[in-house]
Design a protein. Structure first.
Length: 186
C-alpha cells in the first residue's frame, strides 16, 4: 500500500502568527536599510534663496547646501524644487554647451585642421527666476568653481553683488583686438 503525503493545514491562529511575524520583520529590515543610507536631499527652498543672494559663498549657511546640490548635479541627480516658492519663482539647471550656452568670456576655441572645437570653462548653469524673470545664473564646474551672472533687475534691487562675472566679461572685452576702422574708399 502506497503512503499518501501528509498535508498540514494551518490553523487561522498559526497563519496570523506567520503573517504578523513576517511583515513586521520586513518593515524593520526596510527601515534599517533606509536609516543607514546617508541623507543627500537638499532643501530646494533654501537653495533657491541662497542662489538668489548677492554672494552665496559669503553666507555660511548657504555653502553646504549649494555645494551638495552642485555635487548632485555632477552625479546626474535632478535639481531640487521648492513647492512653497510661489508662482514664477523657481530655479532650474541646464548643462553648458559652447558656444550657444556658455558666456563668451568662458568659451574656449581650438582651431583644428578639420574645423573649430568649442569648449566651456563651466559644466552647467543654475538659473533663478523671480516673478517669472531671470534673476541670476550660477555657472558651475565639476571641480567646484562657480561664478554668478546677475540680471540688470537683480543688480538694481540688490545694490551690491559678487562682480566676478562682470569683471571677467570686462577683461575678455578688453582682450579682443580693436575693430578695423571703416574703409573710406570702399
Amino acid at each position: 500500500m502506497s503512503q499518501l503525503p501528509t498535508v498540514v493545514v494551518p490553523t487561522e491562529r498559526a497563519e496570523r502568527a506567520r503573517i504578523h511575524g513576517f511583515y513586521p520583520a520586513l518593515l524593520i529590515a526596510a527601515a534599517l536599510t533606509t536609516v543607514a543610507a546617508p541623507a543627500r536631499a537638499v532643501d530646494g527652498c533654501l537653495l533657491l534663496l541662497c542662489l538668489a543672494a548677492p554672494s552665496w559663498r559669503a553666507i555660511s549657511q548657504c555653502v553646504p547646501p549649494v555645494m551638495q546640490a552642485l555635487r548632485d548635479l555632477a552625479r546626474g541627480r535632478p535639481f531640487p524644487t521648492c513647492a512653497m516658492s510661489g508662482p514664477g519663482n523657481r530655479a532650474n539647471h541646464q548643462w553648458a554647451s559652447a558656444p550657444g550656452n556658455c558666456p563668451p568670456q568662458y568659451t574656449r576655441v581650438v582651431e583644428l585642421e578639420n574645423g573649430v572645437v568649442y569648449s566651456c570653462d563651466f559644466d552647467g548653469a543654475v538659473s533663478v527666476l523671480i516673478d517669472g524673470s531671470m534673476w541670476s545664473r550660477t555657472w558651475w564646474s565639476m571641480g567646484g568653481a562657480t561664478v554668478t551672472e546677475f540680471s540688470p533687475a537683480s543688480k538694481a534691487s540688490l545694490g551690491t553683488w559678487d562682480t566676478q562675472f562682470d569683471d571677467d566679461y570686462a577683461a575678455w572685452l578688453a582682450s579682443l583686438p580693436p575693430p578695423e576702422p571703416p574703409c573710406p574708399a570702399c
